[in-house]
Design a protein around this ligand. Sequence first.
Ligand SMILES: C[S@@+](CC[C@H](N)C(=O)[O-])C[C@H]1O[C@@H](n2cnc3c(N)ncnc32)[C@H](O)[C@@H]1O
Length: 202
Amino acid sequence: MSKHRYQRIARLYDFLDKPFEFKRYQPLRGTMFEGLSGNLLDAGVGTGRNIPFYPADADVTGIDLSPAMLKRAKKRHAEVGSDATLLEMDALDCSFDDATFDGIVSTFMFCVLDYHQQLPALKELGRILKPGAELRLLEYSYSADPKRRFIMRLWAPWVHFAYGARFDRNTHEYVEQAGLELVDSRFVLMDVIRMIVVRKPA
Ligand SMILES: C[S@@+](CC[C@H](N)C(=O)[O-])C[C@H]1O[C@@H](n2cnc3c(N)ncnc32)[C@H](O)[C@@H]1O
């Protein structure tokens, strides 16, 4: 389902998201990769908006389900002179060996995955993470502020239609069940965007 949706929206994705990208997301993207090095994965790389923030000395692989989104990521990859590897792959069924990555970053992919996919996706990314390494997520949640929450509820049908995303995936609640440790779960933009840091036990 996600694949078809993103095949459809890919050509408009960056345009539609532009105001949010500059105001909200861009300042957060760099912090997602802070202190990470070695073999890294960007899960759900999309049109490659994290690419300019990849650490220069890291070996980064970006995966995505949608070839149309990847096509745009490849264009951005060429523009910024990145040497990352971009692959079409399902984050729920990766072809990587166990314990391949020193770090995994995933921005706004789990809000697209269905509720029943949250746990299997965490387990799969946990499988390919090295013991002691971190998985870092950037995800939306509903604001507790009644006015902001009301506005988010008005937006929700469009966000789901266009992106398959929901604001209430509550990914952090599945972390322990997936055999991972919750290191940090904190709001990084108002009380609507959360950075979730998870570690695979050593
Ligand atoms: C909302 S976009 C976020 C893209 C990018 N990470 C960003 O921050 O702009 C979600 C992306 O996740 C991808 N995606 C959805 N389900 C996936 C899956 N099971 N495996 C890999 N990618 C997936 C979609 O194709 C889409 O490109």
